[in-house]
Each structure stands twice: as C-alpha cells, then as structure tokens.
Design a protein around this ligand. Structure first.
Ligand code: PRX
Length: 655
C-alpha cells in the first residue's frame, strides 16, 4: 500500500506580498532598527541593540552567561527597574502624553497620561509597601481588563516584587493553585465584573480562594461596580481608591533590580493538562519585548496599539502592557467581549481611538469573517497601518480576509510566532523589510536561529515537516527558578540536546516546515496527535486537508473511541452558514481520504457557527471531546466564547 502524503500547506503556490520600506513608510522605526545584518553575524553582541532601548542603572558586564546552560542568564551585572523603564523614563519629555486609553464594558472611557500612571503606580506601590510587600515577594493580581491591572503590575515592578497575573475568569480553585504555586504574599482583585448583562462576583471568587489558604493575605479590592454592589471588606482587605488617596503624592525611588531577578510569574495556557509556572527575568525579558515592539510592531513614541489579548496571558503582558509602555506608545485596553453590546464594537473602537496597530488571534478574525465585511467597511479604519496575529495558524483564507477587509489591501500583516516561554516574538516578517506569504509565519527574526529536525534531532531539508527547535538562546527566554529547573529541563531541553557536548537546543513542542526562503509554516502542537489505524496523525495536518474544501473556514478533528475502535469526528465552520451542508460534509470526508488516507476518513462532520476557543486563541479540543462522548458540558473559565457550548450540544444531539 502506498503511503499518501499528508496535506501540508503548499508554500510554492502562495501569493507573496511585499511591502517595501517605501510602501510601509520610509521613516518607519522597524526599517531603521532591523535592517541590520550584524544581527546575524555578531552573536551575541548583536543583542546590545536591544539593551540600548532600555534605561539601565548599571550596564551589564556580560551579555549572556552560558555557564549553567540551558539556564542562560542575560545581561549579567546589569541593573534596572521595569516600572522606571515604562514610566519614569518618559516623564521629562512627554509626561502629558497618553499612555493608556481604556474602554469599559458599559461604554465608560478613561485616559491615563504617563504622568497619571506615575502618580497612581507610585501610590499603589506605597500602599503595597505599607501592607508589608517587599522586593522578591510575589503579588497575585486577579483582575479583569481594568487600568488598575497594569497599574498593579507596575507597582509591583517598582518595589521589585514579582507579579503573578491570574486570568480573572478562572474559578477559585484555579486561583488557589496559581497562588500556592508561587507562594503569593498579597492579592489584588476587584468587587466584580460584568459579563454582557450580568455582574460577576469576582470578590466572592477571591474570598473562596483566600479562605482555603493557610495564612490571611493582605488583599486590595478595586471598586469596579460602584456603591450599589455593596461589597463588604473583611479583615486584612483594603479598598483600592482609599489606599490611592491616602498615598497620593508618594514618591519612592524604584528599586534597582538585577537583570537576572525575576520580573513575573505566569502560567502556561494549555488546552489540556496541568498549568505550569513560567518565570521571566527582568533585563532579558524587557530587552526582548522592547526590541520586538519596535522591530515587529513598529512601535515608537505616540503610536497607538490595540492588542486584544487578556493581560492574564503572555501576549497581554508583552504587547498590551510592557511593549507599548517601554516604547512610549499609547496602549488601548478594552474590557469585555468584542461582540457586546453589538458587532460594531471592535470597529468603533479602532475608529474612535485612532488605532494604528491592531493585534489579535486568527479565531477573532474568523469571528469577524462570519459577521461579514459590512461591519469593518462601515467605519473609517484609515488610522490603521499594521495588523498582527498570534496564537495559532491563520491559514491563507483568513489571512486574505484580514488583509482585504481590515487592511484595505494596503497594510502589512505580521503573523507572529512565539510562546509564553519565549517571552517575545521570535518568528515573524518585519514590516517594510520582509515579504509576506499568507500561509507561512515568516522567517526567524535576526539573532534567532531555528531548525526543523527529525525524531533523532537531524536537521531536515526545506519542505520536510518535523519538530521546530531553537538553536541559540535569546534574551527574553524562560528563566525558571531553581525549583522548576528539573521539569523545565525535561520538558524543553532534553529531547534534542546533547548535554555531554554541552550542546543545547530548545524544543518548542510544535511541528513545522521551512521553505527554501527560510519561511516557517507551523503545523500545530506535537501533542495534538490522534492515533488511528496504528498511525499517529497531527490534528493540524487533518485540519489543513479539511480547509482545502471550498467555503470551510475552520476545522477541529477529535477522536471517538467505542469498543476499541477509533473514529474521527470533524467540527467545521463555514464561510456562509446556509451552504448545502451535506455536500460540504461529503467533500470534507473526501478531502481527508484524498490528502491523508482512506483510513482516516471521518465518520461524522458537524457544522457549528464557531469553535470553542480559549482567550489565547486555542481551540478547546477537550470540550469537543466531551460533546462527542455525550458528557456534560461545563463552562470553562478559559473559554472566550462560552455561548457556543449550548449551541454545540444542541447541534450534536440533532445529528
Ligand atoms: O503552537 C504554537 C502556537 O501557540 C503556542 C504557544 O502558546 P502560548 O504559550 O499560549 O502563547 C500564545 C501567544 C504567544 C505555540 O507553541 N502559536 C503561537 N503563535 C502562532 C502559533 N501557531 C501558529 N502561528 C502562530 N503565529
């Protein structure tokens, strides 16, 4: 029997788009800062370029310390403070420039200049100190997307305390685990938040979590819902506004931190399995983020960027908070769902705030596609000049839609590949410099060396799919605490390294293919694998075959096991819902049989308006598995579109 070749996206047929420095804007910062060959040739000295974007209290003695590889330490000997870099540094020349524009769920708007941020962050810092928080203590922040969230992060950074942001949608149990993991010594939360029409009692969730901890932790409570909510503050709980008022005018010098000191903990998102604690170190993380903010997102003084990610995920840390503020830019922060109160919200937001750079996930773009182009076309989006995407493969159809209907066939798209662990973007085209290919992420950024390897770690030639690895360390890389090193070594470094030769290669956990130009296409996670007919198939490979069918925008494949036999079930979304679903279902089954093999022909195809997706843009396979196994569906806190659960169960039972 001949093995049929799986359906990998074909790079040869992709239409290449090029934005020259002239079309993107000749004087763009990205063009200046990144068109620099020395980056690839003078490693690691090239990374001085990134450190020069920061203000150091003391310059480093060594760029990278490889002694304890793979636990590399960056900019050793250097000292700096993250909050000073994000705020104080801008005060002299642009204190009245807007740093944050916030829009709430009920249409409220707030604007913070750099000076406003300085005053409020300083007051919160003084309050935290009074509550006993010191350098190296960990403060957990459990807030929805309110301005107080970045303010609390920066207040921690000013003291040298380590922040640990936990996504506000998580349940008390999830919060407890994440607080215990990091030995948190204080909590910042709020009274409640609003989801569509309903108020969610955030404080009750926080109180439940606090009650199961051994010690009583000082807790600061932000008033989001106003007096009518009647929040009761218990022992060791303090009202945020009272604290800010009491400490108004506080002026405490930011603590000088070692470059290698931790800046924050964050838990990896994961759609399956347990969450794990990641840690990022101050100097390396900030240098990587500042450099990519400039090179990939073209952020500079006064640029307005809207990154839709929740701050509970790394994307929000790096490009909704640190990247914009380090660059002296304006960050737009939006509370709540993009569809509430209606589908006009995202476009109104871009128009009203003069957003120049819009950064989101393929899942959000697909939702926009489904709503239709009449929404973006009804607004003046001419302030935009760069679009970004992250989190999962975007695919050529979604790319084209984004380019045509949001980008007005003019603005570059940066498809950015990175991870919680990498801290900043590592693979992406640079606007104004590199050509774009709609079915590929792009080349690794200067200074980053990737390799696609086979099971034995041998480098594969272009066109051959394999495991995506990173060959050299990079500044914003994971910087695990002593106690995490064992599992970090096993999870990321063991598979493809040769410790005896002191040769270390980071395994991303992704499968990928590189083309002749060095452009990378991501084929999905290595663990998204289904075993059928004694073969291991990547879900991304099956899904790529399915989306070759005309009119199918997105697909997720899950396996059902009955009596030892595994069958495949496809969940798919259509460009136009009214299409003849039976015919499309047959075409999907045929496409899988043709591109992957008859043995993998799916037994059922279910059409759904959307796939369930996490806030960080990942399809929740776990929920789809529960649907096909007729198990009860409970709302998951990480789910971006919970309304889809009811619809999915109904559709499945109708089939
Ligand atoms: O599988 C890759 C996918 O998201 C994973 C990292 O997830 P997380 O740590 O939650 O960080 C998400 C945001 C940085 C990667 O291992 N991924 C990320 N970006 C892309 C992507 N897959 C395809 N294309 C991308 N641009």
């Amino acid at each position: 029997m001949t093995e049929e070749r799986p359906a990998y996206p074909s790079l040869e047929n992709s239409s290449v788009r090029r934005w020259t420095p002239q079309t993107f804007g000749r004087d763009s910062t990205a063009t200046e800062s990144a068109d620099d060959d020395s980056f690839n040739h003078e490693w690691p000295a090239c990374w001085e370029a990134a450190t020069s974007l920061l203000k150091w209290r003391k310059p480093h003695d060594r760029i990278v310390d490889e002694e304890n590889a793979p636990f590399y330490r960056w900019f050793v000997g250097g000292r700096l403070n993250a909050a000073e870099n994000c705020i104080d540094r801008h005060l002299e020349k642009r204190k009245n420039q807007v740093a944050l524009r916030w829009e709430g769920k009920r249409g409220e708007r707030r604007t913070y200049t750099y000076y406003d941020l300085y005053r409020e962050v300083s007051a919160v810092e003084a309050a935290l100190r009074e509550l006993g928080v010191e350098a190296d203590d960990v403060v957990t922040i459990y807030l929805p997307k309110l301005p107080e969230l970045p303010i609390a992060m920066l207040a921690c950074a000013r003291i040298g305390a380590v922040h640990n942001v936990v996504f506000a949608g998580f349940a008390p149990d999830a919060l407890v685990k994440r607080m215990q993991h990091v030995d948190s010594s204080a909590l910042v939360t709020c009274d409640g938040s609003i989801r569509e029409e309903t108020a969610i009692d955030q404080k009750r969730k926080a109180d439940t979590a606090l009650a199961s901890l051994e010690e009583s932790l000082p807790t600061i409570v932000v008033d989001r819902l106003g007096a009518s909510h009647g929040t009761h503050l218990g022992a060791n709980q303090y009202d945020y506004d009272d604290l800010v008022e009491t400490h108004a005018g506080a002026d405490v010098t930011p603590v000088s931190r070692k470059s290698t000191d931790p800046l924050f903990h964050i838990h990896t998102s994961g759609t399956t399995g347990d969450q794990q604690r990641m840690t990022h170190a101050t100097g390396g993380y900030l240098a990587g983020v500042a450099w990519t903010a400039r090179t990939v997102f073209d952020l500079s003084l006064g640029t307005t960027i809207w990154c839709t990610a929740d701050i509970g995920w790394i994307t929000g840390h790096s490009y909704a908070v640190y990247g914009p503020l380090l660059s002296g830019a304006t960050a737009v922060l939006v509370e709540g769902s993009l569809r509430y109160p209606d589908r006009h919200r995202p476009w109104k937001l871009i128009e009203r705030n003069g957003v120049e750079i819009f950064y989101t996930t393929p899942g959000v773009i697909r939702t926009f596609m489904k709503w239709g182009e009449s929404f973006p076309s009804s607004y003046d989006l001419s302030s935009l000049r760069l679009l970004g995407t992250v989190g999962e493969p975007i695919g050529p159809d979604t790319w084209e839609w984004y380019y045509t209907h949001v980008g007005e066939e003019r603005y570059p798209i940066v498809d950015t590949w990175w991870q919680t662990e990498t801290g900043c973007v590592l693979i992406s085209v640079r606007p104004g410099i590199d050509e774009s290919k709609p079915d590929s992420v792009g080349p690794p950024l200067p200074g980053i060396e990737i390799q696609v390897v086979d099971e034995d770690g041998r480098e594969l030639p272009p066109g051959e799919p394999g495991y995506l690895t990173i060959d050299r360390p990079w500044p914003s890389m994971l910087a695990p605490l002593e106690g995490d090193r064992y599992w970090v070594l096993a999870e990321y470094w063991q598979a493809f390294s040769d410790p005896r030769a002191d040769s270390w290669r980071y395994f991303t956990g992704d499968r990928a293919v590189v083309d002749d130009d060095g452009y990378v296409t991501i084929l999905g996670r290595d663990d998204d694998v289904i075993s059928i007919g004694n073969r291991r198939l990547g879900t991304a490979e099956l899904e790529a075959a399915i989306t070759t069918v005309d009119g199918v925008t997105e697909a997720a494949v899950v396996a059902k096991s009955t009596g030892g036999e595994t069958t495949l079930c496809v969940f798919a979304t259509l460009e136009q819902e009214q299409r003849d679903q039976n015919a499309v279902g047959d075409a999907i089954a045929d496409a899988v049989a043709k591109h992957v093999g008859e043995f993998a022909r799916p037994t059922s195809v279910v059409f759904t308006p959307e796939l369930p997706e996490t806030y960080s843009g990942k399809t929740m396979y776990r929920l789809l598995e529960r649907v096909i196994n007729d198990r009860s569906l409970t709302n998951s806190d990480a789910l971006r579109n919970p309304e889809i659960l009811g619809e999915l169960a109904t559709i499945w039972n109708r089939e």
